[in-house]
Design a protein around this ligand. Sequence first.
Ligand SMILES: NC(=O)c1ccc[n+]([C@@H]2O[C@H](COP(=O)([O-])OP(=O)(O)OC[C@H]3O[C@@H](n4cnc5c(N)ncnc54)[C@H](OP(=O)(O)O)[C@@H]3O)[C@@H](O)[C@H]2O)c1
Length: 276
Amino acid sequence: MQTRKMKDLEVPVVGMGSAGTFDVAMEEIEVRKKILDNCISQGTNFIDTSPMYRRSEQVIGTAMEGKRDKFQLATKVWCSGKETGQKQMARSFELLRADYIEVMQIHNLVDWETHLPVLEEMKAEGKIGIIGLTHYSPAALPEMAQIMRTGRIDAIQVSYNVMEREVEEEILPLAGELGIGIIVMRPVGSGLLINNLEQQPNLTPLKEFGIETWGQALMAWLLADPRVTVLIPATRRPERIVENAAVGSVAIPAEMRDYILKEAQRCLKAGKYSLG
Ligand SMILES: NC(=O)c1ccc[n+]([C@@H]2O[C@H](COP(=O)([O-])OP(=O)(O)OC[C@H]3O[C@@H](n4cnc5c(N)ncnc54)[C@H](OP(=O)(O)O)[C@@H]3O)[C@@H](O)[C@H]2O)c1
């Protein structure tokens, strides 16, 4: 597994998201334990969550019991108001059973002016490592850029994949210039870029680079951009962790990056993948 630097934090290039996939009843905890064990063995141990994802923080905290030191945790504050935010974050520490959280992000930029000074204080006190911002929508990117320019942000989390490329215009160059880490949400378009293919992509030229599946090709395309720091594909299947982690060891030349994009354009219909 290759690693990249997000400020002082060295992260694997492939981690894991948890929206939906870890919002499960405790009866389903065994599969989540297996997923997290695979994350440890495959090195995809950067885990993204949020209080927005209902039971996810609690399920992650429970499933990783006794193994906290094997993971890097990224969660979020997702509410308005200083006190409400502080309470929500305190609850996240409790649910995740953590006394330190590597990445604390302001979810969808909600009330960021209020939360940012609080996060700066928590960072100075050594409670969190990195301050991040997230938003899924292209409409929020101008505001995100404006906050990035304050110099107070260490990492951003944005939608980026072969069909959602709006961040290429301003956000990626700005992050590169300011040394801001990039966490990629929806690297496989919430599954749509694989499940809604109109035709099957030809993977033959990619095999010599160790790419066996279309999901891996989509993620290799993202990682071929050195400004991208970590991808966080979500999954309900333990075996998927092995498939996705394999991308962390491949490197493709520029012409293969172009090839993957062309295959995506050939096999997927633009306009059908507006994820909202
Ligand atoms: N505003 C925000 O901050 C925000 C918004 C959206 C997402 N996020 C974060 O980003 C994470 C990822 O986004 P996402 O879950 O929407 O999308 P995603 O990771 O692009 O897609 C996950 C879906 O794709 C499937 N999948 C994953 N790897 C695959 C592969 N190699 N081949 C085929 N199918 C594959 C999974 O199905 P299987 O279960 O079958 O593997 C799952 O249904 C979230 O979990 C969350 O942590 C943050």
